[in-house]
Design a protein around this ligand. Structure first.
Ligand code: CAA
Length: 283
């Protein structure tokens, strides 16, 4: 199961980051979006990130050009026809993901691995939308994908050992440390992180401490790279709510119930960095 060419469905912050990382690691990459406007925006963001690395002297212009040369943007799923691995990084909607998997199954070579970057949805439900459930696996990257050191590999009851092994090797080529989790609610990271994050938000909602003090306490007291409220703004408040709601739906554990403040922020469109306002202002 040799992986030479990688497809990525979706060129938003996660899909774009995964596509960039794969191209940086030497793979030929095709990345798709639903229209030209989104594709241009996603490819532009990758170009800008790499240009910043050139400015900082961390990447040569020739290497940047080579990476961009390995990346092809498309709005047609047909361009995945010769991919050995396709990673779906579309929005978190199970019905949409099932449709994408069924379509990929009809287009990709019979041996190709079909992966999803979902944070919280059931992977076996996507796998059964294909005729190759043994070749469906979760490859859960963390934001920003080119930088974060972890790749969570999620194995369903149908995933073959061969596909698991190929996924681990792929993670190594990307320079990631891999961990393996079963296809259960939130896998490892989100199962543990979400209750902690919601607790931090509750503390802020209850006025126990200011947002800055909660962030400083965790960042400096526990040596985290950033405070939890800053991180929630980076991930997106809508994403935090979606993941927490999905986990509550599956686990019925009150630790996964989002504080009212999160519902209000989503209703107000305060989704974090991407909308210019979340727990903090970014305008
Ligand atoms: N894309 C690509 N590269 C990026 C980037 C992005 N969006 N953001 C930062 N970087 C790169 C920078 O270019 C820089 O690279 P160099 O060292 O080569 O110059 C490097 O990352 C460090 O960036 P900065 O110096 O600007 O800032 P920093 O040192 O404060 O690091 C950070 C930024 C990597 C985001 C760091 O603060 C961090 O690790 N934060 C925590 C992130 C985290 O926990 N992510 C997981 C979120 S949960 C998730 O994703 C799962 C889910 O299912 C919801």
């Amino acid at each position: 199961m040799e992986i030479k060419k990688v497809g990525v469905v979706g060129c938003g912050s996660m899909g774009g980051g995964i596509a960039q990382l794969c191209a940086q690691s030497g793979y030929q990459v095709v990345v798709s979006e639903i229209n030209d406007e989104f594709l241009k925006k996603g490819m532009g963001a990758i170009d800008k990130t790499l240009a910043r690395s050139v400015e900082k002297g961390k990447l040569s212009q020739a290497d940047k050009d080579a990476i961009m040369g390995r990346l092809k943007g498309t709005t047609s799923t047909k361009d995945f026809a010769d991919c050995d691995l396709v990673i779906e990084a579309a929005i978190e909607n199970l019905e949409l993901k099932k449709k994408i998997f069924a379509e990929l199954d009809g287009i990709c070579p019979p041996n190709a691995i079909l992966a999803t970057n979902t944070s919280c949805l059931s992977i076996i439900k996507m796998a059964v939308a294909t005729k190759r459930p043994d070749k469906v696996v979760g490859l859960h990257f963390f934001n920003p994908a080119p930088v974060m050191k972890l790749l969570e590999i999620v194995k369903t009851i149908a995933t073959s050992d061969e596909v698991l092994e190929a996924s681990q090797k792929f993670g190594e080529v990307l320079g990631k440390t891999t961990v393996v989790a079963q296809d259960g609610p939130g896998f490892i990271v989100n199962r543990l992180w979400i209750p902690f994050l919601l607790h931090c938000i509750k503390l802020y909602e209850e006025g126990i401490a200011s947002r800055e003090d909660i962030d400083n306490a965790i960042q400096l007291g526990l040596n985290y790279p950033m405070g939890p409220l800053t991180l929630a703004d980076m991930v997106g408040i809508d994403i935090v709510k979606f993941v927490a709601d999905a986990l509550y739906e599956q686990l019925k554990d009150p630790r996964y119930i989002v504080p009212t403040l999160v519902d209000k922020m989503v209703a107000a469109g305060w989704l974090g960095r991407k909308t210019g306002k979340g727990f903090y202002d970014y305008k």
